[in-house]
Design a binder for this molecule. Structure first.
Ligand code: ADP
Ligand code: MG
Length: 606
């Protein structure tokens, strides 16, 4: 007897159906896709028993005529394309004509539909073809209801691999969220086991929909929306500010033409574009929506369309990073002078440190320090260093940095000079209260207490100074030789050597070995740390200058535990409060504010 046999059609269909619908959430996705493709403006999803008992999607879309209904559940029956060439222009979410066929194979399918509110038909089919399809007259307004019940009842092997009911239900809910995020103009409702869980009215923007699905309402204020349009694609980005930062990337979503996709490189773009805006180790929440000419993308590479191949992925990546960078830069300028407060006393008592610095802007304090657009200037017009000339003045008086061992004396000169120029004039006095935990300077001002992180604050002060007044370069008496670990390192050094030199890092190479010949004056890292700091700039991309200056500022700033005397601490605090941006160059807040009122409320005095 031959070993090879053709499978009976019913078995073959079951196997094929498993590719499309591997679990209830997959069917949820397909049915919602169909409702969206039909132009539905109100879509309702009900899921019972984790989807195994019943999944139902009701829409008010175009509906189907009797002839369409009779055909729609057949394998490869679709109204959306006629040939593979049509994929180049298909704007619909579906196009393979597989979903309803798969649903009819693995469940009992009932479809009730009307194309004009006058005539309506009900179709019943499955599981499998054996019973045949029945069709009868019915009543319904225009639109379609699709109900799949007893999912996988006839395929025990698949059913065994389902998770518990609640976790399958949760996967269905997550799929619902994916769809609702991408279509804010559609109103959606979700019920689980007969209970209404989510009702989303039409939203006026992607950001509004994102907020209503994923955030508590006060957090919505920290969401931003950015749009960029290119010739063959456009990108909309919803991104949360540092107030919503998370220690993981779980709330990052990428969409291409309305489908949620897994695309690591676009997730990276979200991170790159917002670098410096977030504390180290925290990630933005947000979503990237790529809308692309279907001819420039292939969605037909994954059975669930979870992956897509872009013809020009790097342009999309670039559009995302650069529009985010522009946005962050403008925002930093616009929000110059923001002070961080605790709106709710309760926050103080949370046991876990909250990554969500629930801050509200406070514009009471006015500043005269105009934030220069120095960063842009620096990019376009990098300062020219002349190592020879600078050799003569390695300790030029304009050097604003200090090494932490020299703290009190050096800082006195630095900050006394600053405080004599009235940078901070609110008309009220600052009073030095004290220090705490080896890191905070505590200041009283205008009925408020400010806890200033001395390292982070000094870091930002230096960073701002470096932007406008570059640090002199000092040639090293003995060059630092080093070896690279990878070709990537060599390539980085070769291509960015000029840029580094403009930042005061002079590197030479011969015969594959490298040496550092000059560094910013008063450089105080060991040789190996220095090499590491330079190679770390590989990841900085276009932001080489910002990263380098941030590194420089970090190393020069006073450290936790450095003992500042009262006058020095006060000057540092004054300069910190006058800063245009109250975040360190890495994005962490540099201070924390408590009002008198909050403290009085804490002891029930008000
Ligand atoms: P595809 O979406 O890939 O075309 P499906 O199996 O999901 O394949 O659906 C088959 C056809 O049935 C669709 O092309 C469409 O014409 C019709 N259809 C399915 N669901 C709906 C709906 N909710 N409203 C109107 N027509 C629908
Ligand atoms: Mg479909």
């Amino acid at each position: 007897m031959a070993h090879v046999q053709v499978l009976p059609p019913d078995e073959a269909r079951k196997i094929a159906a498993g590719e499309v619908i591997d679990r209830p959430a997959a069917l949820v996705r397909e049915l919602i896709d169909n409702a969206i493709d039909a132009g539905g403006t109100r879509i309702e999803l009900s899921v019972d028993g984790g989807g195994s008992r019943r999944i139902e999607v009701i829409d008010d879309g175009a509906g189907m005529e009797k002839e369409d209904l009779e055909l729609c559940w057949r394998t490869h029956a679709t109204s959306k394309i006629r040939s593979i060439d049509d994929l180049k222009s298909a704007e619909t979410l579906g196009f393979r004509g597989e979903a309803l066929a798969a649903a009819a194979t693995v469940s009992h399918l009932e479809i009730l539909s009307s194309a004009d509110s006058r005539e309506a038909w009900r179709l019943e089919v499955g599981p499998g073809e054996s019973l045949g399809a029945r069709i009868e007259r019915a009543r319904r307004k225009q639109g379609t209801s699709v109900r799949a019940s007893g999912l996988f009842d006839t395929i025990p092997a698949r059913k065994r691999f389902l998770k518990r009911e609640w976790s399958e239900a949760n996967l269905c809910r997550l799929t619902f969220i994916d769809k609702a995020l991408a279509f804010p103009a559609i109103s959606f409702r979700l019920s689980l086991d007969g209970k209404l869980k989510t009702a989303l009215p039409v939203a006026s923007s992607l950001k509004e929909r994102f907020a209503s699905l994923l955030l508590d309402s006060p957090q919505a204020a920290y969401l931003h929306e950015i749009h960029t349009a290119m010739t063959r694609f456009s990108v909309s980005i919803v991104v949360g500010g540092p107030e919503l930062a998370r220690p993981d990337r779980r709330q990052q979503y990428i969409f291409a033409n309305g489908r949620r996709i897994q695309d690591f490189s676009l997730m990276q773009a979200l991170e790159y574009g917002t670098q410096g805006w977030f504390p180290n180790g925290y990630h933005p929440v947000g979503a990237i929506f790529v809308d692309i000419d279907p001819a420039m993308a292939d969605f037909n590479i994954h059975p669930a369309k979870r992956e897509v191949r872009f013809a020009d992925a790097s342009s999309i990546h670039h559009a995302v990073t650069s529009s985010l960078r522009d946005f962050v830069r403008h925002r930093n300028q616009q929000y110059a002078g923001q002070v961080y407060t605790v709106p709710e006393l309760e926050l103080l008592y949370t046991a876990e440190p909250s990554p969500q610095f629930q801050n509200t802007p406070n514009h009471e304090i006015e500043y005269t320090v105009a934030r220069t657009v120095a960063l842009d200037a620096l990019r376009e017009n990098p300062p020219e260093y002349a190592p020879q000339a600078l050799l003569a003045q390695p300790s030029a008086p304009e050097i604003t940095s200090i090494s932490s061992s020299l703290v009190p004396q050096a800082m006195q000169t630095e900050f006394t000079a600053q405080s004599s120029s009235p940078t901070f004039h609110s008309g009220h006095e600052l009073r030095y209260v004290g220090k705490a935990f080896d890191i905070f300077i505590i200041i009283e001002k205008d009925n408020r207490l400010f806890f200033i992180d001395q390292h982070a604050a000094h870091e930002r002060i230096l960073y701002e100074q470096f932007l406008v007044r570059p640090v002199p370069v000092q040639e090293l008496l003995v060059a630092i030789p080093f070896r690279t670990e990878s070709e990537e390192d060599d390539q980085f050094l070769n291509t960015r050597r000029d840029a580094l030199e403009r930042l005061g890092v002079v590197i030479k190479t011969d015969c594959g070995s490298w040496r550092i010949e000059a560094l910013p004056a008063h450089w105080n890292l060991s040789d190996s740390e220095t090499v590491q700091a330079i190679l770390d700039l590989k990841r900085a991309g276009a932001d080489l200058a910002e990263h380098w200056l941030a590194t420089l500022a970090c190393h020069r700033a006073v450290k936790e535990g450095d003992n500042l005397d009262e006058r020095v601490a006060l000057s540092l605090a004054e300069a910190a409060l006058a800063l245009p941006v109250h975040r360190c160059p890495h994005g962490r807040p540099i201070l924390f504010e408590l009002s008198r009122e909050i403290l009085l409320r804490a002891v029930k005095r008000v």
